[in-house]
Design a protein around this ligand. Structure first.
Ligand code: DAH
Length: 347
């Protein structure tokens, strides 16, 4: 049957041609939607024709209805195809906007070892009090390591079981105290120094002992330096390092190079003094040996013991780092495992 005689069929053919073109060429989703409403909407072009079927003679209704439905399907298919194309184009554009390069690995610039950080912190506190940071050799003579410090060579500390001897009369220093004598030999009072450095002892290694370990020595010598200055300096240091609420106590002890000698203890930094595993229930933790410099040491280095007095102290920054960070075992600090150490790095 020819469509020529039926204006509605002609109209439908025109709608199909125009509508398919409009939908197919829609530049974006908005244009597509406008075209859809115009041709397929409830009051769009196709609905308009189908709505007029009722006014046709009965024998013409069927072909118009069929053609109308076919046009509608064709338009719907075109709409669907174009909608999918536009969606794909949109997601391709979004993907292009995304940076698909793999992020680089962040480089860790490294940081101070926790013991180094503690050494720096301690020396900085003493610097504010007028102490200069100095160093001395790790290979020492027996004279500096023992004799000048009033330690007789038959003292247990000088025994080969405690000390690494390199050759006759030469040892790996067992403490930083020999730098006391070296400093006094080359400088006249007033002397105020702190001496960080590595020391060596024959030790069985365990949670609190290492054969290679750090110490910080302190020495203050001048006319009129007394126990009060000594005590207040140490107490100031303790409050600065451990916190203002930390208490200090001095317990009598013995070292050949100080008289009187004292063990410095601080209220436990873990339990605050009530007693815990770290302070073994005592509420106190030893942090250093100390005392007023023995006149015999002044004599050994050529200072006048009648004119000068002084105090000295020696502490283990490794132990201070354990206390500071609540680390249970000294070996963790010495194994050099960066995964462990970097937790404490400030940089
Ligand atoms: N040199 C001692 C040691 O290694 C520590 C020490 C104690 C140093 C008393 C001092 C001091 O200067 O006065 O065990």
């Amino acid at each position: 049957m020819s469509e020529g005689g039926n204006p509605l069929l002609e109209r439908l053919a025109a709608i199909e041609e125009e509508g398919v073109a409009a939908l197919r060429d829609a530049a974006d989703e908005e244009a597509l939607e406008t075209a859809r409403v115009r041709y397929l909407g409830r009051s769009g072009a196709v609905a308009d024709v189908l709505g007029r079927i009722g006014s046709l003679p009965a024998d013409q209704r069927r072909p118009v209805g069929q053609k109308g439905n076919a046009v509608k399907r064709a338009l719907e298919e075109t709409h669907e195809t174009r909608a999918a194309e536009l969606r794909m184009r949109e997601s391709a554009r979004a993907a292009a906007d995304r940076d698909l390069t793999r992020p680089g690995r962040t480089a860790w610039p490294g940081g101070s070892h926790p013991v180094t950080a503690v050494i720096d912190e301690i020396c900085d506190i003493f610097r504010e009090l007028g102490f200069t940071r100095v160093r001395g050799p790790e290979v020492e003579t027996e004279w500096y390591n023992f004799t000048a410090l009033n330690i007789p060579l038959d003292h247990p500390a000088a025994d080969v079981h405690d000390t690494f001897y390199l050759e006759d009369g030469v040892v790996l220093r067992t403490h930083t105290s020999p730098v006391q004598a070296r400093t006094m030999q080359t400088h006249q009072p007033p002397v105020r120094v702190v001496v960080p450095g590595v020391c060596y002892r024959r030790e069985s290694i365990d949670a609190s002992h290492a054969a290679v370990f750090d110490q910080i020595e302190g020495l203050a010598v001048d006319e009129g330096v007394d126990f009060v200055e000594f005590r207040s300096t140490i107490e100031h240091f303790v409050r600065r390092f451990f916190g203002a609420e930390t208490r200090t106590r001095f317990r009598p002890d013995f070292f050949p190079f100080t008289e009187p000698s004292a063990q410095v203890e601080v209220s436990c930094t873990i339990c605050g003094g009530s007693g815990c595993a770290t302070c073994k229930g005592t509420g106190w933790i030893e942090i250093m040996g100390s005392g007023m410099v023995d006149p015999a040491v002044f004599e050994a280095v050529g200072y006048d013991p009648e004119r000068y007095t002084g105090y000295a102290f020696g502490m283990g920054p490794g132990r201070m780092a354990l206390l500071r960070h609540g680390i249970p075992d000294l070996r963790l600090l010495h194994e050099g495992d960066v995964r462990f150490l970097r937790q404490f790095a400030s940089t």
